[in-house]
Design a protein around this ligand. Structure first.
Ligand code: SAM
Length: 285
């Protein structure tokens, strides 16, 4: 851990950097974690890597050695200057000073795919934790032409994202991830792997995009609306939650649907498989 810690401190001192908490700046100083993120991303020279929030460039430095092309998206202008200075000789790096939530990633991938022998796109990042969920939802809902997403995020969120629907950490977002991806835990990361130390434990996870979604459904938006409604009142039975949120026109109607789908009337939101939710969506459409 020492060498990276020294390097990070030196860069911060040289540029007068104080980590900006509002931008979720916790800089990685653990070499083992860097190595794990890079190895689990399975990067080749045919890959375009989009790195979100490169910060001082700790991951960027390793990504540049392995990838055909690296595009970094960083909101903080101070980091842009550092990245430009550090990687001035790297011809396979593009740096964008933007808010990742505002970037047209489809356009960006289209621009690079096919050039310089680039065949696949992957996302790699130590994400700013204050916007973990919006970033991941954007990556999935924009239906990007990407192969995988390897990210470090807070452990509590990670456990929900990689859960199989029905498991103890299931939340509404579990179904979204499962619909689009096969996901796995890479490693848990202790707080002292960063400066400054974050308040929460972190975890690296990898989400591989499925060739086709986990269930067949004509209108997935309706299914996700039902899931969201069910989890808004997750302590209630599914029947009550979906009646209260007017997904079911009435309790009687709901009972009829649950019976038809062989679901117990006392079942709760987290007990259903994604196929069960797809079936409910088909019934109410
Ligand atoms: N990759 C570096 C590392 O591992 O040490 C820094 C990771 S730090 C957790 C998150 C980075 O995301 C910071 O550099 C921060 O400035 C940047 N960031 C925050 N909000 C952003 C946004 N909306 N768009 C792009 N980058 C953002």
């Amino acid at each position: 851990m020492k060498k990276l810690l020294e390097e990070t401190k030196t860069i911060m001192k040289k540029y007068g950097i104080k980590a900006n908490k509002d931008l979720g700046q916790n800089f990685l100083i653990n070499e083992e974690v860097v190595e794990n993120i890079i190895n689990s991303s399975e990067i080749s020279k045919e890959d375009l890597i989009i790195e979100i929030g490169p910060g001082l460039g700790t991951l960027t430095k390793e990504l540049l050695k392995k990838a055909g092309k690296v595009v970094c998206i960083e909101l903080d202008k101070k980091m842009i200057k550092i990245l430009k200075d550090r990687f001035i000789t790297s011809s396979n790096l593009e740096i964008l000073n933007e808010d990742v939530l505002q970037v047209d990633l489809n356009e960006l991938i289209k621009k690079h795919k096919g050039n310089d022998n680039i065949k696949k796109a992957k996302i790699v990042a130590n994400l700013p934790y204050y916007i973990t969920t919006p970033i991941i939802m954007k990556l999935l809902e924009d239906k990007l032409d990407i192969e995988s997403i390897t990210v470090m995020i807070q452990k509590e969120v990670a456990d929900r994202l990689i859960e199989i629907p029905g498991g103890k950490n299931t939340g509404a977002i579990t179904y979204t991830i499962y619909y689009y991806c096969e996901s796995e835990k890479i490693m848990e990361v202790p707080n002292n792997s960063f400066i400054p130390e974050p308040d929460v434990t972190s975890e690296v996870i990898k989400m591989k995009l499925r060739n086709k979604p986990a269930v067949e459904i004509e209108n997935p938006k309706v299914m996700f609306m039902i899931i969201k409604s069910a989890f808004m009142q997750r302590r209630k039975t599914l029947l009550n939650a979906l009646t209260n949120t007017q997904v079911f026109a009435s309790k009687q109607e709901g009972l009829k649907i649950l019976k038809k789908l062989n679901l117990d009337e006392n079942v709760r939101a987290e007990n259903l498989s994604i196929q069960d939710y797809a079936n409910i969506a088909k019934e109410i459409l």
